[in-house]
Design a protein around this ligand. Sequence first.
Ligand code: C2E
Ligand code: MG
Ligand code: MG
Length: 309
Amino acid sequence: GASIGIAMFPDDGESSEHLMKNADAAMYQAKALGRNRYCFFEPAIEARLRSEMELFTALRQAIENEQFQLHYQPIVPLSDALGSYGEALLRWPGGGSQASPGLFIPFAEQHGLIEDIGHFVLHAACRFVARSIEQGQPQSISINLSARQLAMSDLPDILSQAVMQHGIPAAAIELELTESSLIQNLTAISHTLTRLRQAGFRLAIDDFGAGYSSLNYLVELPVDKVKIDQRFIWSLFNSPRNQAVVKAILSLARSIGIQTVAEGVETAEQLAFLQAHGCHYVQGYYLARPMNEQDYLVFQALAQNKSPA
Ligand code: C2E
Ligand code: MG
Ligand code: MG
């Protein structure tokens, strides 16, 4: 197969050097569109490549200069028997219009930067847990793993070494895996997950229902929790079908001993529905937004000391 980029004299360049550069850019476009095709050069291609290059450089600098931060969003139990914990979410204060993790995480994943970012997230979360233990207010945190991290065969060792280095129990760290990262190689991933669980980490499937939603994942994979995708929660009252799907996930998970978390809870009605149907935990703006470490600790302290109404 071949991916071909085409640039034409004189519109796309007046020197051979410029023509080759633009033909190259068009070739990358052909590759990005799925390979085995040709693309003519267009000025928009150059602009897109330039902005990608800028984002790449900015992310590299942000990694080197440790410009990332973690914020934490409470995950609130709906039963007294369960403890509260929180999800670590990456923030990039200097990231400008690209600062949303929904944008730069997939980009970092495609361009070989996610290992370094994942390393920062892991150690920042471990440091937070270690500090919380020192301060006598021990916290459990969940962190998001990308597909690439999950595909690394030494992931269990990397994670075990990190918790050891920071002197915290592995059980204080939960790992969130997205459905799309599970489809790559189910046998290998299942093996990695088993090792992670043996090492004491807790495992959750994130954004469940957003993608392939294989019920097989719930049955076959050694996971502790399933997080129902926000879109189901937002559209809960749009149709009886959405309610049926959420109820089915809650009841299936319960019957095979997996705990449930509903993400994106924004209203009292959604909360009441989830409570009525036996969801274990809720997370969302109605309960609390992601916040910095200090605010998060205050929130958790208040939540624990709340007197029964
Ligand atoms: P996610 O793991 O599903 O995280 C939940 C996202 O929903 C977060 O967005 C959170 O701020 C947002 N959210 C929580 N409650 C509500 C709500 O009630 N309403 C609405 N509209 N949104 C809510 P955020 O922080 O922008 O992160 C987006 C995604 O980026 C995450 O989705 C996760 O997939 C990824 N991500 C974030 N931090 C990391 C990280 O450290 N590592 C990796 N690999 N991915 C990360
Ligand atoms: Mg998550
Ligand atoms: Mg999610």
